[in-house]
Design a binder for this molecule. Sequence first.
Ligand code: NI
Length: 193
Amino acid sequence: MTVNRICQIGDPVLRVSTTDVTREQLETRDVQALVDDLIDSMRSVQGAGIAAPQIGSTLSICVIGVDGNERYPYKPKIPLTVLVNPKLIVLDDETYPNNEGCLSVPLRGDLPRFMNIEVASMDRFGVESVVVYRGLTAGTVQHEVDHLAGVLIVDRIVDSRSMSTWENFKVHDLARFVERIQPAIDATEPKVL
Ligand code: NI
């Protein structure tokens, strides 16, 4: 098990547009080890997701997974999912006001996310799928796919006054936030097409 140091905002690797992984590359020991490192690193810090640039790789791979996560008690469960070369389609213009943090950014803040998206990707074995994500889980997927294009939450936070540390968020905003995003929690359901 390898837990990597997580790159922090200001590190140029977080601003890179990542490169798609070929099937040949995906089969290599190096890329399979990268997938394992992403999973281990995400779990070690109780993250809901992590993207390759956060551990210094410029390949288009991210991982999501939530299961009784201490960091996010309000988040619906997400099975451990490896997304290789994810391509995201927004299904309609419905949005909800999320509040997000990031393992690479020391602050949280409010930002809009689309409620309904569809993602075409491969898993770590090269199996292709198209999955519809809704609500809060759709937000988590949008966050990770943003990382693969070099986009961070600070680029999407509309009102800088919503920014806070995790500790202050818990004290001042968490209860109100969970109430506010209840419709997005209710809407969450992954659906395989
Ligand atoms: Ni992040």
